[in-house]
Design a binder for this molecule. Sequence first.
Ligand SMILES: *Cc1c(COP(=O)(O)O)cnc(C)c1O
Length: 435
Amino acid sequence: MIVQNVPDREEELATFSHVESEVRSYARSFPVVFAMARGAQLFARDGTAYLDFLMGCSSLNYGHNPPELKSALADYIACDGITHGLDLYNEAKESFLREFHETILRPRQLDYVIQFPGPTGTNAVEAALKLARKITGRFNIIAFTNGFHGVSLGALSCTGNRYHRAAAGQLLGGVTRLPYDGYYGSAVDTADCLDRLVADPSSGVDAPAAVIVETVQGEGGLNVAGTAWLRKVAAIARKHGALLIVDDIQAGVGRTDAFFSFEAAGLRPDIVTMAKSISGYGLPMAIVLIDRKLDKWEPGEHNGTFRGNCHAFVTAHAALEHFWRTGSFAASVAKKGNLLKNRLDQIAQKYDPSRVSVKGRGMMQGIDLKSGELADQVTSTAFQKGLIVETAGPKDEVVKCLPPLVIGEDQLSQGLDILEEAIDIVIGNTANTAA
Ligand SMILES: *Cc1c(COP(=O)(O)O)cnc(C)c1O
């Protein structure tokens, strides 16, 4: 759809390449300048429309500029609602707290209090780790292979990715890495490793303050933890006096259909971290849910200037009110998650399972191409045909679909048509070459 020659593109991107740091990342995969966005679509400056299956890495579960949230925010701004108030009591926060309590926590009988850390996911993880260490008086944290928890030092210690870890430039301590569900194949129950290592006073694994886990590893390549494994890990943590932290930053807010990704497994984590789509509008906001009995913070002990993004409270409140008061939204997401799965299965079935397979759960599923190079070719081919989709996994070998949860079935299948075509071109070609 877009056919631009390279010199034009270089000129178009000159400001970014000259003024912005080399650290920029996602932009490199999609070298156009975007100007507008609505629903499931992003529009480039030249007017080209793209279907967005990246959605701010699951920060825009309700689509770009969802109308119900936009009007709530516009009204709030028009009335000179408070934009920044440190953590002063204010009406925007009050409305969010009340709605979250009534719509999310109470029906699920979850007795959590809410901490507002700094506005990003990694801030929530830092707060969770600090609190777990404070409560237990232990310092060790158990994190899993392929886990991603953010890139500030404490959270980075829990993150598995070597590229990100190496950038720390210093030792990352206080974490013991253990194998995630399925890491050694289906024959090995890695929860047993956890139990054994923590129980054995001579294993060399210090008593953990907490176990931090994602139910679906978003950045780690869409690895899914089984229900039985999650329950077992939760029970083992409890048995050994460690807190269970579920990092629901990417998999939460309906991405796997229920509001929390751990609902299906019936977990009751001690601490839950959320960010990405919690504001629902792409505004920075993070929360830490803390079991009321474990709220051992002293006033201001964990501080920060931006712990109350009122605009995000307004849109988060509107999102809960509009999408979560009944079960119909989650049901619609479950339906679309099945469509996504069926269609990805169909695509994969055309190829040898050793070359192409499906991973993930709900509306975070994708295609494992077993090769970062091939996955990269697929995403750039898809981009040329009007689909924005990114990769995940240790070698960036998984093409990860994160469509907005509100996407229409027609747009969902349109995006998957493009993905299928891109895979046919890239894998079909290499299959032919190999033959
Ligand atoms: C994105 C992510 C984080 C980090 O959030 P940031 O807002 O990028 O700091 C932490 N945990 C998980 C599971 C994530 O997907």
